[in-house]
Design a protein around this ligand. Sequence first.
Ligand code: DAT
Ligand code: MG
Length: 138
Amino acid sequence: MTVERTLILVKPDGVRRGLVGEVIARVEKKGYTISALKMMNADRALLTEHYAEHEGKPFFEPLVEFMLSGPIVAIVAEGNRVIEGFRKLAGTTDPTTAEPGTIRGDLARDQGTKVVQNIVHGSDSPESAEREISIFFK
Ligand code: DAT
Ligand code: MG
């Protein structure tokens, strides 16, 4: 059995739209355990570290500005294969084509902005998860 941890963020669009409970409910109903949770305002330094892999891409600056646009909720969820499992719950990056039944597929759409606003972040590997958790929960 591979008990893992993942970092989930409810992004500012999700918080503004009152979807924090909806995201948490989906994670809990799937059977994962929430082991840490906080609402916070990220700052540029923290976001630059978190999104280091995207530095230099055309959507990087809009992504940082978007993530600074309001409070976010940072969550650590635990469970067997939770990293892969939460990515499936979230759906693909582009909310227009994300499968219905997923968080992004059900709750988000492409707004034509420079950065895709898609409600949630989820770590994509065990290495990213541990790195990201240590950034958000120092
Ligand atoms: P994901 O969040 O699905 O892991 P990612 O790590 O590739 O996607 O990108 C981080 C975020 O940046 C993503 O949630 C939305 C935004 N984004 C990614 N690719 C984009 C693109 N080509 N144009 C606009 N925004 C993008
Ligand atoms: Mg990613």
